[in-house]
Design a protein around this ligand. Sequence first.
Ligand code: UD1
Length: 422
Amino acid sequence: MSQLVVMGNTSLKGEIKASGSKNSVLPILAATVMIEEPVVIKNVPELRDVQTMISILQQIGKTVSFENETVTVMPGEILVGNVPYELVKKMRASFNIIGPLAMICGWAKVGKPGGCNIGQRPVDFHLKGLEAFGFRITEEHGDVMAVIPNSFEKEIVYALPFPSVGATEQLMTTAALMEGSKITIENAAREPEISDLQNFLNACGAQIAGASTPTIKITGVRNLHGSEYSVIPDRIETGTYLLGTIATKGDVKIHGTRSDHLISLLSILEEMGAGIEKGQDYLHAFWKGPLKPVRISSEPYPGFPTDLQPIITAVLATVEGTSVIEENVFENRFGYVDELNRMGARIKVSSSHANICGVDKLSGAEVVAPDIRAGAALVIAGLAADGETIINNVTHLFRGYERFQEKLRTLGAKITFYPDEE
Ligand code: UD1
């Protein structure tokens, strides 16, 4: 099993640059399936999930290159409407390809994603939305088959039962090419990555308005043209380093960030008593004395991001007093708590709540990372703890954090990676 070994009692100090957003670039890459001209995407992070999406594009016939943070997607000669489960199981966001691929091929067959470590994560909203668009959806042998209708209704309104990020992106992208149809998506997710996808698609000739509000309106167009586009910075990566700074009583400046995408985290950090300076395109976090406990509930954007929930828990583990975290997006996102408790944290979970009773110091231990963000939380806990922490199963981390060890080492961390022996 791959491992990271982290030396404790380290304060993160220095300056780094934010990477491009993983959660923006994945749906943008999925959307390139619908564009039969060259597309150039800049500020792309070098991550396993990005490689997986590139492999899918190549599998269906696109020619893709990736160098110097730039992905170029060239139109391929043949498009195959079939994405095997082998690729979908590596990353759930692969499922975002089903609508766009069906729009190009007339049909698409994509492996249905299974559950994962943070919850069941069904794709029913994606499928109900596509059905509302007139698609015929069937399931067989673990695959979902989507077939486009002969023509689309002139007016289509679909209200999502919950503002799902992935379903909003899937439906918005698919609708962009539904010529002759005006589509309204209600109760849409409002994450900055949705606006980024809208801006990308509009740069390619789509007619979409309303991203970042609950109602997105799309007028389907005949085709999309190529363009050059740069993705937004990764707010979850920035949030992780800000929280790592505070947990380790450090002082870090992150360049190339968007503070307007992190308002809920920044207000919580200020409430806790952390030092925060917001610049034009940087964020600076610094320790300015003991922190206060807080109550947080994770919510769809603009609420506190569920992806930062494990990481702020690692910080609150050593904040005197009792903090309470409520998880409202995924039903099983406290799986890492037992690992933090092995490091001396005092956290009790009951259903969707975690009560965190702050201890003076955590103590380094051997732990297992159940997913990307929980892995980052354990690394941060290890940096702040006494002694050495060994984090097993860390390949998750490389799915979501670009040059993770390099950035942490720039900030003074002593961290060593031991790859899988297999
Ligand atoms: C995206 C992010 C992920 C983040 C999450 C919530 C990407 C690649 N990933 O994941 O990092 O944690 O948003 O901010 O952008 N749901 C259903 N049926 C569906 C779809 C979703 O019940 O068809 C439920 C999920 O189980 C979950 C909730 O809706 O409980 C939110 O999920 P969703 O917003 O869709 O998350 P993802 O798009 O998978």
